[in-house]
Every structure is written in structure tokens, then in C-alpha cells.
Design a protein. Structure first.
Length: 460
């Protein structure tokens, strides 16, 4: 971890969003295990002083290595209908050159930016397992170990989600090209998972789950076996991201992806369905009522032209969702939430889509992201309350953006009128990892990342 937590530490906030709602002059005590041990309002200033203190959000979905591609895929390819599928070809070319050192450097940089953006934990949907040839490394869990090493450097809370990737499509075709770095038989994957679990068990603040990549990339029997192997741990899967994917599943299995999943698997609160962009009304209602969490990644979904989530129907059925950075093309918590709300406004031709009679748009978005992220990663976070992990962020109350507003409008101002530069401090499991808007290890992590990029550019 970036620093060693003292036996106890105190944070004092002019205002804080606690489990009791907005309170003023709030003192928060954090114990040596990184848990909140006391919360008291109307207290004299003592300890680290902050402006507006908030519980921090979990990033439910990340592909760390893709951060290094940001800004490299915004040109038109040879296909006049450039799409997710042409972007994927470029991603596979990029994969030909990534080493374990590169992957660690890129992941640490991305995680550092996540922390500066207000995320304090991440679900790393990790499918970069092998060498470029498809051969395993001498240590088969080498790349898992590199993600763990990156999290140790950045201080982010990690839920490692090793990915099962068996086939190139529903017809069982073999993996080719860049996909070879992802592939396992179920038996080989089970051994990788065991090794990764052993590595995670040696860490604090880290956990593990399982992520079958998608319905097109795993067989039906292996999906069932992966769920059994997870044994109640987080279980994440890409679902219904692209219309072509929906058509492929429907053609092969005679059901739409979410429709098939709901009819054939025990979908419950341990599941996180990433994207779920293309659902009919019946699928939307069934998924919402299952207790599962949808993992929304609005910036990536916009960047790749995935489509717009059916947010209004999902909300009407009390569905739960979390927020993720996915391709990491831009890492910004406030922008993810803003993009989600604005996409719904465009779709519905209305305003304040997620607002309720009790709370503004920003507050409603933030509350839902807090609860959904904690559920998706099975972390004891998302509230300023005794016993919760001290995953916290503070907004600069002296900023012009927030000087004329209060309470829920602090969140509205951050999400809709400003950006993540409004964040002054972040604590991950009690570790003060961001101070004055800057990660405490930024210079070292950034320098290594720049060296990695320069080296990669020579190879590409």
C-alpha cells in the first residue's frame, strides 16, 4: 500500500453525507483496519479538515490495459461503417506487444487516475492471461500477479475477476490472433483461478470473483461450472452490448442473451451484467427483479457506439446498477454519471430522468452508484457509518462551483457543472491516497507509464 495507516486517524468535515443524511461539523474516526469506528456530528475541528465528505463509489468494470490505447483509435478505419468490431481489431493488434511489465505499469496508472477521480475500488475484468503466442507464462497466473502488484502501488481496493474465455463464437470456433492471449479450457481456467485466489489471499483489501467473458465466448456447460466455482463470489459477464452479439446468440440458442440467461441460470445479487444495452421490455423487467446489478459504462458505451441503456423501464422496476470505466478511454466518475443521465434525457426527450421527489438528479445517481457498486464487488462500502470500510472522498467547498449551493446540490454541481478536479482528497480503506487532488505516488507511477507508452509506440 502507498502508506501505513496509523492506529487511528480523524477526519473532520464541514459537511458530510452520512447514513443519517447531510450533517455538519462531522468527525469520522478510522481504525487500524481501515474501518470507520465512529461518526459524530456537531464536533469541533480535529484531524484532517475537509469540505464536503462523501462515501466513495466502486468502479465495477475495468479492462486496465486498454488505458494505454486511449486517443489512438479515433480515426476512421478502412471500413466505412467503423464500429465496435473494427475497434476490436485495433485492440487485438495492440495486444501483440504488451509485456507483463507493461500491463503492470498501465494498470497502476489507470488505478491512480481512478482514485483521483473518486473511485476507491475496482472490479478488474481481467482476460489478458497469456503470451502473445497464446502460450501460458512460466507462472500461469503471472498477469494476475501484475494486476495485484499495480493495486499495491496505487492503493486501490481490488476485486480481481479472472475471465474465462473459451471460444471465438457461439459455434465453438477456435480463438485466433489477439484472442489467443485470453483463452482457457475450463479445466485450465479452474487452475488459474485457484492460483489467483492464493495470490489474493496474501493481500489485504483485495478479493476475487469470476467473469465468464460473454455468452459467445463460453459454452453453456462451462458457464454453469464457472458459476459453481465462484461459490457465491462476484460473478460478472458481458451481456447484450452490441446488436450483432444479440443476433448471434438468438441465431445459435433461439433466445436473446438476457432472455436466455434469465431462463437458464440462477441470476441473483451475486451477478453483475455488464452493459445489458440491448434488452426488450420483458428482459428489462426480469433482470431488474432478479436482484442482479447491471454494470453501466456510459463513456465507453458512447465511445464504441454501443447504444443507450433502457434506464427508464429499469428504474420503474427498481433495478440496481453500478458504474464502470470499462475501456478506460476517459477515467472520470462525474462524467460517467453525467453521460448516463444525459443519454437518458436524449432518449426520453426529458430532464431529470433519475431524480426523485426526495432527491435531485446528482444525489439519486450517486446513491444508486454507491449501492450498486458495493453489491457488485461485495465490498462493505458505500456509506459513512460505523463498521463500513473507510472509502471516502472530499469535495473542495471553496470552489466557485459549490459556493452558492448546498446539500444535494453539491453533488449536482460536481456532476453537471464541474468535473473531478473538484475532488480534494480520497481515502481507500482508510489510506489517504489522494491529497490536494493529487495521488501521493503520482510522479513515480506517471513516469513509469510514460516510459511504457514510448516503448510501445516504437513496436506498434
Amino acid at each position: 500500500m502507498p502508506s501505513t495507516l496509523p492506529l487511528t486517524q480523524q477526519i473532520w468535515a464541514q459537511h458530510a453525507l452520512t447514513i443519517e443524511g447531510w450533517q455538519s461539523d462531522v468527525s469520522v474516526s478510522i481504525n487500524a483496519k481501515g474501518k470507520i469506528s465512529a461518526v459524530s456530528a456537531n464536533q469541533p475541528a480535529n484531524g484532517i479538515r475537509t469540505g464536503v465528505l462523501l462515501p466513495a463509489v466502486a468502479n465495477c468494470h475495468s479492462h486496465a490495459f486498454q488505458r494505454a490505447m486511449a486517443g489512438m483509435t479515433e480515426t476512421r478505419g478502412p471500413d466505412p461503417t467503423d464500429s465496435f468490431w473494427s475497434w476490436r481489431k485495433l485492440m487485438y493488434r495492440f495486444l501483440e506487444h504488451l509485456t507483463p511489465d507493461d500491463a503492470e505499469s498501465i494498470a497502476a496508472f489507470g488505478q491512480m487516475q481512478m482514485l483521483e477521480s473518486g473511485y476507491t475500488s475496482v472490479g478488474e475484468f481481467h482476460y489478458l492471461h497469456h503470451q502473445a503466442s497464446g502460450q501460458p507464462y512460466t507462472q500461469p497466473a503471472e498477469m494476475c500477479e501484475r494486476i495485484i502488484a499495480a493495486a499495491t502501488q496505487s492503493g486501490i481496493g481490488l476485486t480481481l475477476l479472472p475471465v474465462l474465455y473459451e471460444q471465438g463464437g457461439c459455434d465453438g470456433r477456435e480463438l485466433t490472433g489477439g484472442q489467443k492471449r485470453f483463452g482457457h479450457s475450463f479445466e485450465a481456467f479452474a487452475k488459474l483461478f485457484e492460483a489467483a485466489q492464493g495470490l489474493i489471499n496474501q493481500q489485504t483489501g483485495m478479493s476475487i470473483g469470476i467473469a465468464p467473458h460473454s455468452l459467445r465466448a463460453v459454452s453453456q456447460p462451462s458457464l454453469a461450472k464457472a458459476y459453481e466455482l465462484a461459490a457465491g463470489k462476484p460473478f460478472h459477464i458481458h451481456i447484450a452490448e452490441q446488436e450483432a452479439e444479440v443476433q448471434q446468440i438468438q441465431s445459435a440458442w433461439n433466445s436473446r442473451p438476457v432472455e436466455w440467461l434469465m431462463a437458464n441460470m440462477p441470476v441473483d445479487h451475486t451477478w453483475c451484467l455488464i452493459h445489458a444495452t440491448h434488452m426488450l421490455s420483458a428482459e428489462t423487467a426480469a433482470l431488474a427483479k432478479s436482484g442482479a446489478v447491471v454494470g453501466l459504462c456510459p463513456i465507453t458505451e458512447s465511445n464504441l457506439g454501443d447504444g443507450i441503456f433502457n434506464g427508464v423501464d429499469y428504474k420503474k422496476n427498481n433495478g440496481r446498477w453500478s458504474i464502470g470505466t470499462d475501456s478506460n478511454v476517459r477515467i472520470s466518475l462525474s462524467e460517467e454519471l453525467r453521460t448516463l443521465e444525459y443519454s437518458q434525457r436524449l432518449k426520453e426527450k426529458g430532464r431529470a430522468i433519475y431524480a426523485t421527489t426526495e432527491h435531485s438528479s446528482g444525489r439519486a445517481l450517486y446513491d444508486t452508484a454507491l449501492k450498486g457498486g458495493a453489491t457488485a464487488l461485495q465490498r462493505q462500502t458505500g456509506a459513512i457509518a460505523i463498521g463500513q470500510t473507510a472509502d471516502l472522498l472530499a469535495l473542495d467547498i471553496h470552489s466557485p462551483s459549490v459556493c452558492a449551493v448546498d446539500h444535494d446540490q453539491w453533488l449536482d454541481a460536481w456532476i453537471f457543472a464541474d468535473d473531478d478536479r473538484l475532488i480534494s482528497d480520497v481515502w481507500a480503506a482508510g489510506q489517504h491516497v489522494v491529497s490536494n487532488g493529487k495521488h501521493i505516488n503520482r510522479e513515480r507511477i506517471e513516469a513509469r507509464y510514460k516510459h511504457t507508452l514510448r516503448t510501445l509506440l516504437v513496436k506498434l
